[in-house]
Design a protein around this ligand. Structure first.
Ligand code: CLF
Ligand code: SF4
Length: 348
């Protein structure tokens, strides 16, 4: 697992995980306290936190409103996960119960995210009801959402109202000509659009959504899938554009492609970036804004620390059979956070 480091981002730009002259031990002392509080226990937004804090993805969103050439809809949303895996779709009530079950057994749990298996905001009622339930049942857990951004401007108010503080938007291009090679069509307000028209609309709504969330104090991370020969050299421009709209962090992920995945890019033999290309690209994007490089391209039903897979411990059957004591579980989470904070403060 690699990490955010000084070679890939600019500490002066406020990179999470790159320590400045501070004694906090969490590497975030250069950020305003309000931002630090939102970041210090989020395993994706803080490189340090991913060693200590766990996330849970509740797979409540099966539908999608976009076509991505790296996606096979039989699998999880490849904007936030890798192709070739399939998640079982939960109802909002099941997602709430699973959250309480995981939160009882993994006191390091700090974040619950919706990242598919389709797009969270193409299924707004299911996603928003899930957040509402979790907010009620376990208010100490951070709420996180990942989306392709097409429907985002329509739900900013509701997300803010529910206390969602972290949103990831996948932006693969800000040039519609490039965007159309990655996203050939979409559906908005029941109308299908294709080609350049679709790409223009997607980009406009993504940037509008990023800016609206940032203005409301939501920490926006932008994911981009690096596709050599298509958007590879364009991604530093994406960094600059999303940074100027208030995005906090850029997660540059490699295209994962295989003919067996049944995606368009897999069928035409489109390759992903080499390790050296990816490192170079992250360094180039890092001159514009902080870059994340510890992403694990998780499944839409991931459980545990990043890079850890504890899904099998929380099957639908086991979660349904568990006896849950939400209060005791909350105290254990508080104790785990206090202990970690004490350890950080004691770090030289
Ligand atoms: Fe999940 Fe995404 Fe929230 Fe993290 S994952 S919704 S921001 S809680 Fe993290 Fe996983 Fe990478 Fe996503 S490692 S795929 S960046
Ligand atoms: Fe697939 Fe996600 Fe793209 Fe939808 S947004 S087509 S689920 S990768």
């Amino acid at each position: 697992m690699d990490a955010i480091g000084p070679t890939t981002c600019d500490p002066a730009a406020g990179c999470p995980g790159v320590g400045g002259a501070e004694a906090s031990g969490d590497g975030l002392g250069h950020l305003p306290e309000a931002v630090r509080a939102k970041v210090r226990d989020h395993p994706c937004y803080s490189e340090d936190a991913h060693h200590h804090f766990a996330r849970l993805h509740v797979a409540v969103a099966p539908g999608c409103n976009l076509r991505c050439n790296y996606c096979n809809r039989k699998y999880d949303c490849a904007n936030e996960s890798r192709p070739g895996v399939v998640s079982e779709v939960l109802s909002p009530a099941e997602a709430e119960r699973k959250t309480l079950a995981v939160a009882a057994e993994i006191p390091q749990l700090s974040v619950v995210g919706i990242a598919g298996p389709g797009d969270a905001l193409a299924n707004p009622r299911r996603s928003l009801e899930t957040f509402e339930r979790i907010r009620e049942a376990a208010p100490d857990l951070r709420l996180c959402l990942s989306t392709n951004g097409l429907a985002l401007p329509d739900y900013v108010d509701e997300l803010v109202g529910l206390g969602v503080e972290h949103v990831t938007v996948t932006v693969n291009a800000i040039d519609p000509q490039i965007g159309a090679r990655i996203h050939p069509s979409l559906v908005l307000e029941r109308r299908r659009r294709r080609g350049r028209e679709a790409a223009e609309l997607l980009i406009e709504r993504q940037l509008e959504g990023v800016a609206a969330l940032a203005e409301r104090g939501v920490l926006v991370k932008v994911n981009s899938v690096a596709i050599p020969g298509i958007n590879h050299h364009h991604l530093p421009e994406v960094s600059r554009a999303v940074r100027s709209r208030g995005a906090f962090l850029h997660n540059v992920m490699p295209l994962i492609t295989d003919p067996a995945h049944g995606t368009y890019f897999g069928r035409i033999g489109q390759r992903g970036p080499t390790e050296a290309e990816l490192l170079g690209l992250r360094a180039a994007c890092g001159s514009a804004m902080p870059v994340m490089s510890h992403c694990q391209q998780c499944r839409a039903d991931a459980v545990g620390l990043l890079g850890e897979d504890r899904r099998e411990e929380f099957t639908r059957e086991r979660v349904a059979a568990m006896e849950l004591d939400a209060e005791t579980a909350r105290h254990r989470r508080e104790a785990a956070r206090d202990e970690l904070q004490t350890n950080r403060e004691e770090m030289p």
